[in-house]
Design a protein around this ligand. Sequence first.
Ligand code: FAD
Length: 405
Amino acid sequence: MTSIVIIGAGHAGFNLAHLLRQSGFSGRVVLIGDEGGAPYQRPPLSKAYLMGKVDAEGLTFRPDSFFDEQNIERIDGTATSIDRQAQRVHVEGQQPIAYDMLVLATGARRRELPVEGGTLDGVHGLATRADADRLKQALAGEKHQPLVIGAGFIGLEFAAGARHFGLNVKVIDLAPRIMARAVSPAMSAYFQEAHEQSGVQFLLETGIAHLEGKDGHVTHVVTTHGDRLESDLVVAGIGVIPNDQLARDAGLAVENGIVVDEHLATADPNIFAIGDCANFPDKALASRLRLESVQNATDQARALAAFITSKQRIAYDAVPWFWSDQGSLKLQIAGLSIGSDTFVEQRDDKGLLVFAFRGGQLAAVETANHAGNHMAARKLFGSPLARPSADEIASPGFTLKDYVL
Ligand code: FAD
């Protein structure tokens, strides 16, 4: 009986196990997770869960009974090493687990604040349910003055949540604009204005010199401009690091994640990597890519399940898309805006659309509160339909939805 062992029970790992069974795979499926409890969804941690609109049970993909019903063996523990010769995985405190096929779905961990005072009490990260629980508990206490370090998606979602609780929140970032690595200048400006209108304060082009504390608890954040900002609750959202150590120790290639080919396979034909931890070749960009999104984790799980169950060697080529909910704004991105050089904007009462071009070709569509146009963009990128030019989009009366229909 073929045995598939999956390390990491997050979005990629859970979906792979589930999709294998859905596709009729009858071999052994082992899902190793180190967070305890049933696998859960991460995006609500900085949104509905933080605001108390969803409880821990509502976060889980499926109840415990599902895994028994589907004959998915869940192992709670940390995988510590891979013996490629013997095809076994070692898990802390457990017997080695034999595999025919091993899938690394180990995700990414949050980057710690690399400054003095970065580990004081009251300094939080937000990557796991345990992090969110600590943060919720802290927020439930007396009135705080939260300070967010990093104006990326998670920092901004938290800031919107803090405003929801009526807290005065400041967001600091080294970059001159928010979400600078991920969206166009126009979209950054649109979101910054909305956050400011709701009361969020931004300190951009500002670094952190160090944090100060009293009795082990953070009291102030000192910026590189010399400002000493009072805060008893600091949230650091300064990015993540792929969990690729297991692969590295096993002698597999690692470069900003676990290096895989277009079939998500490592150089070892029995070992694959999917999700946030995988660095894969992207056809459109003609370079390697590592994405941190639910779409990427889920679509790679789907592609690998199809390969395992049908043995069809179809190169992974899904349309990337992403969303982030920040207060009353929903940001959605279809395609990849990396390296974009030209932008065309469409603005209306509902929100904003930004069409991003790379080398004259439409590469991504960013939308704020335009779900219909986001879906149209995904449809366009997934179809053989010719992509509209910048001139066509800028012409009066152009709508993406009409173009795609
Ligand atoms: P993960 O879901 O991180 O799962 C990896 C699992 O592997 C973890 O449980 C980890 O503990 C475990 N693991 C690692 N090493 C080992 C080991 N040695 N042994 C056993 N287990 C191990 N994406 C979006 O598209 N939209 C959003 O709005 C969005 N919001 C987010 C909000 C937050 C707060 C966070 C943290 C992420 C958000 N993301 C969002 C990103 C998205 O959640 C990730 O891209 C997705 O979870 C990646 O799935 P994954 O399975 O690769 O990794």
